[in-house]
Design a protein around this ligand. Structure first.
Ligand code: PMP
Length: 401
């Protein structure tokens, strides 16, 4: 594997950043463009592209189905990647936990809802659903409730309370809402619109030691350290493509300590072996780069954008209006900043920004029904973005004020 360069610590245009950007062919090949949509999908380093090529040209076979070398190597790769996921998540008890490969976060959350949740719940139980989070972390739980209700098992849905001004969960309101029948809580680690780190420790405090917590880590794995030794959660679900692996790959980690053991339902079929190979390489790359250093850099980029944008009167920043820390109700704004222009429609703003070379996301961001009622523009960052891109973006936004 190619060792990643040192992650830049703040100097715009530094040699370290150039070396790092050079590892991403699509970024290095388009210096006139700024990719600011990594929350939708992340770009891939050469090491991941090489691993895909190497797998397909030296090993490609089905997993768990043959006795010849390529098949055995593929089976071993799948098992090694399971261990890699556990290692990457800082799993303190890998002998007890399970990793199930999925096509992404949507499928992972659905697998928990479809294959596991109905085995946990009994008549009269409650589940907490984060109704202003990504739709992928809402629909599966409502569908599970519907399915149970058809079997005569009534489950109450408690909508997760939010603090309007910050886009964070309201932990105090959650604590008074949750009771002894609250068995399951679906939460998100980093909100895909508001960008806040949702402070999972406070969720555990609010719901008590027995409730199962399922963490949608789509926007945190690969962006900041995600340690299941520190976070007392039961499931961690993420997408490979947002963590620099190929689309169609992803993982569901299950601690197997509360409630029944997770086992995927139905016949599994052929796993996405190429995606799994890419996930292994991506996690290697991210670990060598250091999730803590990636976090420091993307937080610094987002802080610059947030703190300057809020002084431009034409813009409204969604969620917490400050970047972070002191006095902020949000534990920490990560590399996601979402905003609207007072007069310019968000779709039009997206087109205008692209005419200047900026690729951003503009629409409703698949947010659940209790979320924002109007569209917005989202800038989402990764380790390959530069301060210079942020400053150029700010100058263009200022001319539209
Ligand atoms: N949850 C969150 C927080 C997300 O941001 C996304 C993707 N935008 C998803 C779930 C769904 O991920 P995927 O489309 O990769 O399944």
């Amino acid at each position: 594997m190619t060792a990643p360069g040192i992650v830049p610590q703040g100097e715009s245009g530094s040699a370290e950043l150039s070396a790092l950007r050079a590892q991403f062919p699509i970024i290095a090949g388009h210096p006139e463009l700024a990719y600011l949509d990594s929350a939708a999908t992340a770009q891939k380093p050469q090491a991941v592209l090489d691993a895909v090529q190497a797998y397909l040209t030296t090993t490609n076979a089905n997993a768990g189905r043959g006795t010849y070398t390529w098949a055995n190597r593929t089976t071993a790769l799948v098992e090694e990647t399971r261990d890699r996921v556990k290692g990457f998540l800082g799993d303190p008890d890998p002998a007890e936990s399970a990793v199930h490969f999925t096509s992404g976060t949507t499928e992972g959350l659905r697998a928990v809802a479809r294959d596991w949740l109905p085995r946990l719940l009994a008549d009269g139980d409650e589940i907490v659903v984060p109704v202003a989070d990504h739709q992928a972390n809402i629909s599966p739980w409502l569908e599970a409730r519907q399915q149970l209700s058809g079997q005569g098992v009534r489950v109450r849905v408690l909508p997760m309370p939010y603090q309007q001004a910050s886009g964070d969960y309201d932990h105090t309101a959650l604590a008074s809402l949750a009771g002894p029948h609250t068995r399951f809580v679906a939460v998100t680690h980093v909100h895909h619109v508001y960008g806040g780190n949702m402070n999972i420790h406070r969720i555990r405090e609010a719901v008590g030691p027995d409730a199962v917590i399922c963490l949608d880590a789509a926007q945190s794995v690969g962006h900041l350290p995600v340690s299941v030794a520190e976070l007392d959660v039961d499931f961690v679900v993420f997408s490979g493509h947002k963590a620099m692996a190929l689309p169609g790959s992803g993982a569901l980690w299950a601690r197997q300590a509360r409630g029944p053991a997770f086992a995927p339902g139905g016949w599994p079929g052929t796993p996405n072996t190429v995606g799994i190979a890419s996930l292994h390489a991506a996690l290697d790359w991210l670990e060598a780069a250091g999730p803590d250093r990636i976090e420091r850099w993307t937080v610094a980029l987002a802080a610059r954008l947030t703190d300057r944008l809020r002084h431009l009167d034409a813009y409204e920043i969604l969620g917490c209006r400050t970047s972070v820390a002191a006095g902020s109700p949000v534990q920490q704004r990560q590399g996601i900043v979402t905003f609207r222009h007072r007069d310019i429609d968000s779709g039009d703003l997206g087109f205008i920004l692209f005419s200047h070379g900026f690729m951003v996301r503009s629409d409703g961001h698949c947010q659940g029904g209790a979320g924002e009622k109007a569209d917005s523009v989202r800038v989402s960052l990764h380790v390959y973005n530069s301060m210079e891109e942020i400053d150029r973006l700010l100058s263009v936004l200022a001319t539209l004020g």
